[in-house]
Write a protein that binds this ligand. Structure first.
Ligand code: BGC
Length: 850
């Protein structure tokens, strides 16, 4: 037996924390059926004996800046013993900062624009006998550090995007390159989310009037002395550095001819953030460059622009080797699609998404560092193709990829790839709606529907822990959830609204099922119950009868957002059906969570409430026999998938849903709230063929239409690119076809509709958790659509779980991997059930396609 992974707060190494960390480990074993018997987790003098592999909280003392060794000794049911060790470091904990926030108080951020990046610097002398050097830093804005001209660390956009009035992360960097004598530390701070222009209204100064920087550098010498060099008025500030402009939407302007010596430096002023945010050691995942992309084609557009095609839509930055002349300016524009061979940028709305670089003489490299773009194509001007080697960096939060899905159908595989790229492109410190236009906000509804798919494909644990902390901080006292988190200047009032607000239940629940950490549910429980309280209150408002009091109409619902037929008013008009169904569903989930947290009273209360909502839904919206008074696909999908019907009524609803799909010529017609569940609603109610028919539909609206039309990520509108090759830039209010002059609402990289990925794992590969973290799980593959094989594999917190099946000559073959300490119930197409513990297991049975 071996310990195959040992993580502290989700990291195998390098954790610096201000909070009691949670320790988890996975085991691997040659012998089948191995199971953890007991483990001793020791941290310094503290130790605990446990049978749990996930989320043991270190309850010993923590001293600032101290390294802790963690040792796990695990004994298996076979008597085998395995050991592993790692370490973590305590951060500042409650140590007061001796550094002060610094800024340039004379600088006025221009109206509606982003501020010019500010640089701060300090030259300091290092004496002989340095043993260790590290720094902690944070900013209002986004910062990048250089030590003697070399970048410190690999992060982009530190300190990350949080609800700044509540919490700001600080980063810890070890400084290994410090030499004796003079060293210079420089920080460039762009406006970022705190000061820069943000939201489609392009507000600025949302959290601060101008950038500010806070840092403490610790020099620890062999003789035990520690010197602290901290930000204060003895630092210098400048606003005329090489970064001339940097912001989310317009991009970056960098002038390499500006040398530090020629900048005008002056004494920095001290500053203070608004309010009293907690400044906490980074607990989210850092944003990093994750891979290099190479162009797959290039051309010259009629306009003369050099066009590079990276073959994949993604979020990131160009990375260029330029052979230039001093003062030569090279411009890089970005777009998701080409129309008539030219970059199509209208859909970016006001975002200029342009990087402009002014050269020094000779060969040099340039890559933006204080912004990112969403693109597949780059248009370059100001240089010849011979003088440019262009690649690009994919930039997103550091999330381990934990899932893979493949099948015998290349189009479905292309869809899975587009789904994963949708995640990579939109997990840039917060879950964004899209990475390209003047938006990129943490819209809650988008993540609400994508949460389970996200948790299959990526280890979201640190990322979600961070975002959900902000969600909790920004919940209104009455239980409302902001429609974007962090709210950051978004104009919508904070109120309880369905699907978008339900993210406070759906996201932690998806995360718990995937990773098994009850701690997250505990942290978020109150937020969920307050939200349900708000939904209940609004449902009761102006309602007299018992049933009416359970229909959730007010104050506002996005309804069937982005449904293919109709415009925004039609989507919103579906609000009460969708709101009421989501309300019932969240009550059911919170009841299960209450049980897990040992709160049977709450569990019973939410189950009873769920029943009342279901009764009301049926009484108010259906004829009692499964026919909706107002028929629409999502209207059937939700009660079917949320288990709100039974017996013949279920059958009738499923029939009605199929009829609506047939009426739409075999197409779906669902918006955000229905799309994740439509295939479940069909396949789990005996309509497997109809589910595969929808999945494999290739004309619009459908998933595979996107893929067949060249989409490499998931689109916001089902027909973002119309069959005639035009882009659907209809405005939010127009009913399609009606292209608006301002770019309308169309993105080629919105992950929400990619929520179908959940069905690929859970039904086609058939792999799904029963207990949190897959401690027990099911493998029950679903055959159909002419698929000859499929494989789904998930890195669970206990290890690798997978389902790998194929059908040939009437024989179904399945191989299943079951991690140590888990058990799996396998359901074969012949209906037989088999329970297996850890190891690799093979099954065969007869299979005759219907
Ligand atoms: C965003 C969506 C979001 C919606 C809500 C849009 O502009 O891009 O994804 O959920 O607004 O209104």
């Amino acid at each position: 037996m071996k310990i195959t992974s040992l993580t502290i707060d989700g990291l195998a190494s390098g954790l610096v924390t201000d909070e009691a960390p949670r320790i988890s480990f996975a085991l691997g074993a040659e012998a089948p059926g191995e199971n953890l018997q007991s483990a001793v987790i020791a941290v310094d003098g503290w130790s605990v004996e446990t049978r749990e592999q996930i989320g043991t909280v270190y309850a010993g003392p923590l001293k600032p800046f101290t390294e802790y060794l963690v040792r796990v000794t695990a004994t298996g049911s076979s008597g085998d013993v395995a050991e592993a060790a790692t370490s973590f470091r305590a951060g500042r904990l409650e140590t007061p900062w001796s550094g002060q926030w610094i800024t340039d108080r004379a600088y006025e951020t221009p109206k509606k624009q982003s501020p010019v990046p500010m640089s701060f610097r300090k030259t300091f002398v290092v004496g002989a006998g340095l043993r260790r050097a590290w720094l902690e830093a944070t900013a209002l804005g986004v910062y990048e550090l250089e030590l003697n001209g070399a970048k410190v660390g690999a992060d982009y956009f530190a300190p990350g995007f949080t609800s700044y009035e509540n919490q700001i992360q600080y980063q810890t960097y070890d400084l290994d390159g410090l030499g004796d004598g003079e060293n210079t530390l420089t920080a460039t701070v762009a406006g970022g989310w705190a000061v820069g222009s943000y939201t489609h209204k392009r507000k600025n100064k949302i959290y601060a009037d101008r950038q500010a920087f806070l840092c403490e550098l610790h020099l620890e010498y062999a003789d035990g002395t520690v010197e602290v060099i901290a930000t204060g008025p003895d630092w210098q500030v400048s606003t005329d550095g090489p970064f001339r402009m940097a912001e989310w939407y317009d991009g970056e302007t960098y002038d390499a001819t500006v040398a530090q010596e020629s900048q005008s430096w002056k004494q920095a002023d001290t500053a203070a953030p608004r309010g009293t945010p907690r400044i906490v050691a980074q607990y989210g995942s850092p944003v990093r460059a994750q891979q290099v992309m190479h162009p797959v084609a290039h051309s010259v557009a009629a306009s003369g622009e050099l066009i590079f095609d990276f073959g994949q839509n993604f979020a990131g930055v160009v990375s260029a080797i330029v052979r230039g002349k001093r003062g030569q300016t090279v411009t890089f524009r970005h777009a998701e699609v080409l129309v008539d061979g030219e970059l199509f940028v209208k859909s970016l709305r006001t975002a200029k998404a342009t990087a402009t670089y002014t050269c020094v003489e000779g060969e040099q490299t340039y890559s933006p560092r204080l912004t990112y773009m969403g693109f597949r194509y780059v248009g370059v001007s100001g240089i010849t193709a011979e003088d440019l080697d262009l690649t690009a960096l994919v930039v997103h939060s550091d999330l381990a990829e934990t899932g893979s899905f493949t099948s015998s159908d290349p189009l479905i595989n292309a869809l899975q790839s587009a789904i994963q790229w949708g995640g990579r492109s939109n997990f840039v410190d917060i879950p964004t709606d899209c990475p390209q236009r003047d938006e990129r906000e943490g819209w809650t509804g988008d993540y609400a529907v994508f949460a389970t798919t996200a948790s299959y494909n990526f280890d979201m644990s640190r990322f979600m822990r961070k975002w959900l902390r902000d969600l909790k901080s920004e919940q209104s006292p009455g239980g409302g959830i902001p429609m974007v988190v962090p709210r950051a200047g978004n104009g919508f009032p904070v109120m309880a609204t369905s699907c978008w607000g339900d993210v406070c239940v759906l996201a932690p629940w998806a995360e718990y099922l995937a990773r098994g950490d009850l701690g997250l549910l505990r942290d978020q429980y109150e937020t969920m119950t307050k939200f349900l309280g708000a939904a209940s209150w609004w449902s009761g408002l102006f309602s007299v009868t018992k049933n009416a009091r359970r229909i959730w109409r007010f104050p506002f619902h996005f309804g069937d957002w982005t449904a293919p037929d109709g415009a925004v008013r039609d989507w919103l008009a579906k609000g009460k059906w969708i709101g009421t169904a989501y309300f019932a569903n969240s009550c059911g989930i919170v009841a299960d969570i209450a049980d897990l947290l040992g709160n049977p009273g709450d569990a019973a209360r939410y189950r009873a409430l769920r029943e009342e909502i279901i009764v009301a839904y049926r009484a108010k919206f259906t004829d009692g026999n499964g026919l909706l008074a107002k028929e629409f696909q999502t209207g059937y999908v939700l009660p079917l998938h949320f288990g709100m019907t039974s017996g013949a009524e279920t059958d009738q609803m499923a029939d009605n849903l199929v009829r609506l799909i047939d009426d739409a010529d075999g197409h779906l017609a669902t918006g955000f709230p229905g799309t994740p569940y439509i295939l479940f609603a069909l396949s789990d109610n005996g309509r497997v063929d109809d589910a595969f028919r929808l999945l494999q539909q290739t004309s619009s609206p459908s998933w595979l239409y996107m893929v067949e039309s060249g989409g490499t990520t998931i689109w916001e509108r089902w027909d973002a690119l119309r069959p005639d090759g035009t882009v659907n830039t209809s405005s939010l209010t127009a009913g399609g076809g009606d292209d608006s002059s301002d770019g309308g609402m169309v993105s080629f990289n919105h992950y929400a509709a990619g929520a179908v990925g959940d069905w690929l794992y859970r039904r086609v590969a058939g792999i799904e958790p029963i207990e949190g973290g897959y401690r027990s799980f099911r493998v029950a593959p679903l055959m159909g659509g002419g698929l000859a094989s499929a494989r789904g594999s998930v890195t669970t917190p206990y290890g690798q779980a997978s389902s790998d099946w194929s059908v040939a000559d009437g024989v179904f073959t399945l191989a299943v991997e079951v991690p140590v300490s888990t058990s799996c119930t396998i359901v074969l197409p012949d209906g037989t059930e088999h329970v297996r513990t850890s190891g690799r297991h093979e099954f065969q049975c007869e299979f005759v396609a219907a």
